[in-house]
Ligand binder design. Structure first.
Ligand code: 5GP
Ligand code: ZN
Length: 113
C-alpha cells in the first residue's frame, strides 16, 4: 500500500521510533512544532477519523493512552501538553493514516489558529 506511515511500520522508510507494541507505533515528527513532537499511529491502516468503525474504538483509546504514557516518560505530563488529530484537508491532515500528535515542552494557546 502506498502509505507513508504503513511504510514506517514495515521499516521500509526509517523513522526515529520511540515506542512500539502489538497495536501502536510512536515516532518523532520530522518537522517538530514543539520541543517534543511525536506521532502515535495504529498499526492497521485507517485513512482518516471519518473511517473509524466501532471495532476501532479500543485502538483509539490505545493511541490516547500511549500519548499520556509517553508524556509521563518525557517528563511534561504534569505541566501539560497537547494531543490532537487532524482530519481531512481543512483540518490540516497531510498524511492519510490516522495519527495522534503529542506535543510538549512549551506552552500552547487556545483557541488554536
Ligand atoms: P498531519 O498534517 O497529517 O496531521 O500530520 C502529518 C505529520 O507527519 C506532520 O507533522 C509531518 O511533519 C509528519 N511527517 C510527514 N512525513 C514524515 C516522515 O517521513 N517522517 C516523520 N517522522 N514524520 C513525517
Ligand atoms: Zn497506512
Amino acid at each position: 500500500m502506498d502509505c507513508l506511515f504503513c511504510k514506517i511500520i514495515n521499516r521500509e522508510i526509517p523513522a526515529d521510533i520511540v515506542y512500539e507494541d502489538e497495536h501502536v507505533l510512536a515516532f518523532n515528527d520530522i518537522n517538530p512544532q514543539a520541543p517534543t513532537h511525536m506521532l502515535i499511529i495504529p498499526k492497521t491502516h485507517i485513512a482518516t477519523l471519518n473511517d473509524l468503525e466501532e471495532a476501532d474504538l479500543a485502538l483509539v483509546g490505545r493511541l490516547q493512552y500511549t500519548a499520556a504514557k509517553l508524556a509521563k516518560e518525557a517528563g511534561f505530563a504534569e505541566e501539560g501538553y497537547r494531543v490532537l488529530m487532524n482530519c481531512n484537508e481543512k483540518g490540516g491532515q497531510t498524511v492519510y493514516h490516522i495519527h495522534m500528535h503529542l506535543m510538549g515542552g512549551r506552552r500552547f494557546t487556545w483557541p488554536a489558529g
